[in-house]
Design a protein around this ligand. Structure first.
Ligand code: O7E
Length: 212
């Protein structure tokens, strides 16, 4: 049984609140990222969190340890309960995010393999496997692995074991189906197939049932 995370990549507070309210009761978390935050500011986090749903900041952080620690301070002060980071900047940068999240009572997730075709240029294969090992060593709460390549996500699961979570994007608009991936992961991440739907609440409900 996999959780359902909404990738709320809409622009503007009004649209974000409309979609999130329509999906109330169907979601386990909302993932916010640059499209929403650049169009509204971080104030939207407190607004969304009023529904008591965890908000995960997908800033795919990739910087030096000190900057990463400063980013964590702002993300968690804004009301987020999780943060997503890249791993390729190295173990010290990754550790700063994991420690920053845990110091604030939050969770840290590490991008190991991405879902789009271009991921095969770098963010896949042996690099991804090495990053999964690094995420485990750093004490990350989970990793991001692709629904579009279940066979790869299965390998990454064997590296991190069952005590860490895997959240998996690529379901819906990128072509993967919940049934392809749910047995390997703890949660599926769905964006456009929900927020572009004529009835986002109904779409979320259907994805939730299919992820069970
Ligand atoms: O394709 P959609 O519309 O269902 O949206 C997918 C979301 O997942 C979107 O926010 C995108 O930025 C994110 N994502 C991927 O699509 N592929 C990845 O490999 C990684 C992510 C991601 O969310 O990374 C951090 C979780």
């Amino acid at each position: 049984m996999a959780e359902l995370l909404l990738a709320l990549d809409v622009k503007g507070a009004e649209e974000a609140i409309r979609v999130s309210r329509a999906c109330e009761g169907e979601l386990d978390a909302i993932k916010i990222g640059y499209p929403l935050i650049l169009s509204t500011g971080m104030g939207i986090v407190k607004e969304l969190a009023k529904s008591n749903i965890p908000i995960i900041a997908d800033f795919k952080v990739a910087d030096i340890p000190n900057t990463n620690a400063l980013i964590c301070e702002e993300v968690f002060a804004a009301g987020c309960s999780g943060i997503i980071t890249h791993v390729f900047c190295g173990s010290d940068s990754l550790q700063a995010i994991v420690d920053g999240a845990h110091d604030h009572g939050g969770r840290a997730f590490a991008v190991c393999e991405m879902s789009h075709p271009g991921a095969l240029d770098f963010l896949s294969g042996a690099n991804a496997e090495r990053m999964a090992k690094m995420a485990k060593e750093a004490g990350a709460d989970g990793i991001i692995a692709p629904a579009t390549r279940p066979e790869r996500t299965e390998i990454l699961r064997s590296i991190i074991g069952n005590s860490m979570k895997i959240y998996s994007p690529g379901v819906g608009a990128q072509g993967a189906q919940p049934e392809d991936i749910k047995k390997y992961v703890d949660g599926i991440i769905v964006g456009r197939a929900i927020y572009e739907s004529a009835d986002p609440g109904k779409a979320a409900h259907e994805f939730r049932l299919r992820a069970l």
